[in-house]
Design a protein around this ligand. Structure first.
Ligand code: PEP
Ligand code: MN
Length: 334
């Protein structure tokens, strides 16, 4: 339910309305826009009588939200949301590129890549320490050691770090992590979403599950938000279809559609979406042109010897070139 407040309404009366909602176990989310102020209601609104609320002096009108996602809904928060990732903003006109290897392999590797992607203009560093691998025999990541190496790279470059949390039992190791990634395979791990949402307000990069609809992606964002963490960045990384020529199928129409449905920022991952390093640049450029708020790109110093996802990893030189083309597209669009 959304309550639209009359222009010039008395602040005290708005506060009274908020207290009334809270007394009914409904959490009011105020969104002050240039034209209108809204109160989005989170919780079980079934027992609230819209006619009663509409009759209040300060209330212009009451609208029911049909969609099952509320806090993530654009109707709840008409303006774009910018998420602050330890000083680097993403969304609402702020564009950010997260770059780094699929997995952290050594201190030398992650620090070296961090320095080179920073020099090319990346705003955050990625690197998996806990890796969700299809095979139990494949490299599973360096775990706590990998997180320690990411911290060293952060200290050396100042880049905020983004890394995946697979199991909530590891959360205490994530103190120095700036953005918690929830991977495609865990998008519907509802317990993990609830645990992360209630434990921290750190930004969460939520990747779309490989067979998830946009509504399911938004419902997963809703889990995190309803648990207390409003700082969610959506990530489109392609889905699985009958097509096998590319690693996944990336529908870039999803970007403007998610912007229509939600106020949350949308980041595109052209590396997992395509699976081939030579496809990453054109797709990154297209994602930028279609309005993505950022990109997450895999970059490796020695892709043929990468322990994970080498085929789709750009070299630092390719990444530098991609950044300059992205900047040209952004310049042309502005
Ligand atoms: C990753 O970012 O390295 C990753 C495993 O991505 P996804 O969850 O999208 O497959
Ligand atoms: Mn990867």
């Amino acid at each position: 339910m959304i309550i639209i407040i009359k222009k010039g309404a008395d602040e005290g009366q708005v506060e009274n309305l908020k207290s009334f909602l809270k007394s009914r176990n409904v959490e009011p989310h105020v969104s002050k826009g240039a034209i209108q102020t809204l109160i989005g209601c989170i919780g079980d609104v079934a027992h609230l009588d819209p006619a009663l609320i509409e009759a209040l002096d300060v209330v212009e009108s009451v609208q029911r939200i049909q969609e099952p996602y509320k806090a993530a809904n654009r109707k709840f928060h008409p303006a774009d949301t910018a998420i602050d990732c330890s000083g680097v903003k993403i969304g609402a006109g702020n564009f950010g590129v997260i770059a780094g290897p699929c997995s952290v392999e050594s201190e030398e590797q992650i620090v070296g890549i961090a320095k080179s992607v920073k020099a090319s203009g990346a705003s955050m560093l990625r690197g998996g320490a806990f890796k969700p691998r299809t095979s139990p025999y494949a490299f599973q990541g360096l775990g706590a050691d990998g997180l320690r190496m990411l911290s060293v790279a952060k200290r050396e470059t100042g880049l905020p770090i983004v890394t995946e949390l697979m199991d909530f039992k590891d959360i205490e190791l994530f103190n120095d992590v700036d953005v918690i990634q929830i991977g495609a395979r865990n998008m519907q791990n509802f317990n993990l979403l609830k645990e992360v949402g209630s434990y921290t307000k750190k930004p969460v990069l939520l990747k779309r599950g490989m067979s998830a609809t946009l509504q399911e992606l938004l419902m997963s964002a809703e889990y995190i938000m309803a648990s207390g963490n409003p700082n969610v960045i959506l990530c489109e990384r392609g889905i699985r279809t009958f097509e096998t020529a590319l690693r996944n199928t990336l529908d870039l129409g999803v970007v403007p559609m998610l912007h229509r449905l939600s106020h949350l920022p949308v980041v595109v991952d052209p590396s997992h979406a395509t699976g081939y390093s030579y496809l990453v640049e054109p797709v990154a450029v297209a994602a930028t042109a279609v309005g993505a708020d950022g990109l997450i790109i895999e970059v490796h110093n020695d892709p043929p010897h990468a322990r994970c996802d080498g085929v789709q990893s750009q070299t630092p030189e390719m990444f530098a070139d991609t950044m300059s083309r992205i900047n040209k597209v952004r310049g042309a669009l502005s």
